[in-house]
Structure formats: structure tokens, C-alpha cells
Write a protein of this length. Sequence first.
Length: 468
Amino acid sequence: MKITPKIRRQIQLQSSVFIVLLLVITGLLAWFSTRYTYQADWTMDNRHTLSDVSQQLLEQMSDPITITAYVADYTQEEQDLQELIKNSIERYQRYKPNLSVRFVNPDLARAEVESNNIRRKGELLIQYQGRTEHLLQQQFSEQELTETLHRLARTQQHAVAFLEGHGEPSPMRSADNDMSKWAQQLEKRGITVTTLDFAKSPQIPNDLNALIIANPKNALLPAEVTRISDYLDKGGNLFWLLKSAETLQGLAPLAEKLGLTVQPGIVIDPSSQLFSMGLQRPDITSITSDNYGEHPITEGFYFRTLLLQATALKVEPIAGWEATTLMFTHPQAWLETSDITDVEVVEFNEEVDIAGPLEVAVALNRVVEQETAGETTSSKQRVVIVGESDFLSNAYINLEGNLDMGTRMLDWLVQEDVFLNIPARIPSDRTLELSDTVLFFIQVFFLIVLPLSLISTGVLTWLQRTRA
């Protein structure tokens, strides 16, 4: 093909148009990049993306959130801290645009520091709906910030009390059979945890949102049972964890008031050996997603709950009460009525044992009407009964979904239904921290040793081929 002057001009025109269009497109892309942003997180576990737990919480918080960071900018360390806080909060702002952050130099705003009771540099003040929470620099992480927001999101301060004085697990002690880990998690979620000992305080506080009875080892006095019964009659919420019919410890009148029958024996679940986390015991009951009843507590809950030495419950609610099964066993499970302590193989005996499926947790609710100052008011009353108490103990609370199930039950009891679907824990962040020495050797290997090795291999291969 002969290139004529006309063809040459056409080629030059096409090249010029291409260059102009390329420059225009590049300019438009640069302009769009200043107006819009797009980010993708390709790290393990989406390390730089806000967790589902935090996203669900932000969906419940419609009003603006203000975060004030009291950090100076004199040193490089302080500037790095400002950048860390800014980057971390930006993850929240992607899902909540009305979350704002501002930085205040505490040395230049002494009056504000004193009025807001700021004690340390690097402290964060978080405000929502007129309520405030403080977060220290040493605690700054997604887990801590989300827990702080969770406390602020609650419409009111809730208080629950663990009954004590009868050998119950303690929410304050850290022994394996106590419940301090669960209590700490409730505190982080904005629920105040106290204890109730009738020997020290004969009356149940009127502002108590729920009473927790967790498997007392010794029998309650008749007067104590009467106080709990009166508390229930007045509309008090109750969380009752019990082990067996033999451990009612004087609370049979309370069970009768609720229409509860505790069946004698221990639940044996052969299918649970697949999910027992290495605990080779025949008395472990595994509650999977197919074994949850239809209830707000269990709605959307797909984790397993592991119960140890559970007992079966049967509830025939008294007039006014509505009962819902929360958890029931696999059909292959049964209620073993004989002692299995010295038995190597536990087998179902249809003559004395009770075949599954068996109810192991129930929820009751009713509407209570009370007359005050000539006016009739109504309120919701809620009760949760679980035929097992160890699943929330320090030794077993971190197994499978035990912690999340316990916090869901408490949230429902204190009537904070909007928080039921927010898990108790944020998935751990898999980070790799290396020392300066290790980083140095890694850099030397990848920047010097590896390139030299590849070059040397190439040179040797070339020499061998030229000699052949």
C-alpha cells in the first residue's frame, strides 16, 4: 500500500484525535477521582472493613454521632495517633455519614477539657442523643469503639441482679464455674450487673430489669421464695437457669406459678459428639439451627449452643402467660433417668428413659396491668428458663454460640429487642507483628538475595548454552 500525502494527513489526524480523547478521558477520570471514592479490601478477614457486628449496630443508631479526640500534634507520635484515629473512624463513616470526628489540642482548650472531665491526652469523647462515653487511647480498637457505641445506643440504663447466698455462680469471681465473663460482656453492652443477697438486702429493688437465678446449691428460705414470687406477681422479669428436678432448692412454688415441670434425668444426645469441641462426653447436648424454636431470641441465630448435663422442661402456662420453646434436642436424644457415672456405654432404655425431642429452654411472656394513682397501666413481662446453667459459666461460655445466646436472652428480657441480632463479639483481627530484626532479614532476602539468585541463575544458564 502506497502512503500518499492524503493518507499521511488522515493518520496524523487520527493520532491527534486519539491523543486529545486520551487526555480528555484521563482528565475526566482525575476529576471523578476527586469527587467519588472507591475502596476495596483484599486483606485476610477483610481487616480494613467494618465488621458485620459494627454495621448492624450503626443501622440502629439513626441520630448523629460526634467523636472528639483530645490529641495534640506536636510530635510525630501524636500525629501518627491522629492519623490512626482518623483512618479507623473513616471505616464507620462509610456506613454512617452523620458520624463526625474533630481533634482538639488539650493544651489549647483547658476549659473544654475540664468541663468534659478529660483526664488523659489521647482520650476520646463520644456523644450520642445527649449521652456521652469516654474511650482511652490504650483501648482504641473496633471492638472497644463498637462496645462503647452499643452502650450509648441503649435508650435507658438497664440493671440485672444475680441471686447469691445459696452457692450460686458469681458474676464477680473468675473461677471456671462462675459467670464473670458473661457479666463483663453484659456490662460492655450497657447492662449494669449487680448481686442480690437477701441476707444483706431483704427487698428486691423496684428498678431492677431482670433477676437471674443460676442453679443455687442450697435451698432458699420460704421467705426468700415469697419475695421472688411477689416480684414475679408485680411484673418482674426472670432468667432462671437450673440443672435438674433435684436442684429446685425450694423454688417449686415458683415453678408451679409458671406452669413448669422439670423432668428427672440428664439429656443424652448421640449427635452432639460431632460438635463437642473435643469434649468426649455423652451428656453434651448440641443445639443446632434446626433445634431452635420460632422466637425473637432465636430468629436469625445460626450458631450452635452446647449444653452440659441439660435437663428436659415441660411448660403448661397458667392463664395469661404465653410459652414458646427456645431450644429442643435432636430426635435421637433422650432423657436418661439412671446414673451414668460408672457406665462405659450409655444406651436408651425405652422402659424408663424419655425419648426426644426434648425441650431444654423456654420463654414466657404476658401483659401485666397495674393500677397506680387511679390509672391502669400495662407492661410486658418476660421470663426465660433454661434447663442447664454451665453453658454460661467461664469454662464453657466461649464454646460455639453460648455467649451470643446468653446475651440475646438478656437483651430480650430487658426488652431491648433491637439489639437481639447484634452479636456479642467482633471476629478477631488476624495481624502479623514482626520485630525489626525479622523485617530487616525479610527486606534483605527479597531486595538483595532473591534478585541476585535469579540473575546468577540466568547468567549461568546463558553461559552453559553459549558453550554448548
